[in-house]
Design a protein around this ligand. Structure first.
Ligand SMILES: Cc1cc2nc3c(=O)[nH]c(=O)nc-3n(C[C@H](O)[C@H](O)[C@H](O)COP(=O)(O)O)c2cc1C
Length: 189
């Protein structure tokens, strides 16, 4: 139990460009994804799915999105295009977490969205527990319909985030956390 508390109390995101090889083995990845999918899910709808971006697919997706970026904004700086081309190759593995949340007769869509967020966080914690680092990022592509089409999302789906995973080459110092006094109130009648 203390290991869990230690992990929750010390975990920090590692920047995506500091998540080098080696990435998780196939067994480790299966375990991470199994743990990620073990979240509260009102109505047992499983309103989420994963798209793995690994190996050569990382550079290929980066190149497709870099080309799209240039098409959408012909004046974009070349450095920005190059940064996009490298966005996935800089991490050992990227897991796109897809939200399939949709209107439902009983379960509010908002609750399905919350469940997707829990999946992203579980994935990050599981990656850390297995000795890897992780960062949850979105960026412009997460909100650009044509980028989502390239990624393989259906029109009703949304991207909750790209979870970059790998072996940390650097660790950031902790950052200030909100004081409980600022985020906690006690309800009273
Ligand atoms: C939905 C979501 C999207 C995010 N997108 C980005 C992003 O595009 N770029 C980025 O640098 N950080 C992004 N972040 C923030 C990082 O994941 C993370 O909060 C930050 O690096 C510090 O986190 P830590 O407190 O876990 O170390 C996003 C966070 C969330 C929850």
């Amino acid at each position: 139990m203390n290991e869990t508390l230690d992990l929750l109390g010390s975990r920090r995101s590692v920047p995506a460009n500091a998540l080098a090889e080696p990435g998780p083995s196939t067994d480790e990845l299966d375990r991470m994804l199994t743990l990620a999918a073990r979240v509260p899910d009102h109505g047992k709808l499983a309103p989420w799915r994963f798209i793995l971006i690994e190996g050569e697919a990382r550079a290929a997706l980066g190149a497709r999105l870099a080309a799209l970026l240039k098409e959408l904004d012909p004046g974009v700086a070349e450095g920005r295009v190059q940064q996009q081309a490298n966005a996935f190759s800089q991490s050992a593995l990227v897991v796109a977490v897809v939200s399939c949340a949709a209107p439902h007769v009983k379960i509010p869509e908002w609750e399905q969205v919350l469940s997707v967020g829990a999946v992203c966080m579980n994935l990050s914690v599981a990656a850390n527990a297995l000795g890897y680092g992780a960062q949850w990022v979105t960026g412009w592509a997460a909100y650009e319909p044509r980028a989502l089409e390239i990624l393989g999302l259906k029109p009703n789906e949304k991207l909750a985030g790209f979870i970059h995973i790998g072996t940390p080459t650097e660790r950031l110092p902790d950052r200030p956390r909100p004081a409980l006094s600022e985020i906690v109130t006690r309800w009273s009648a």
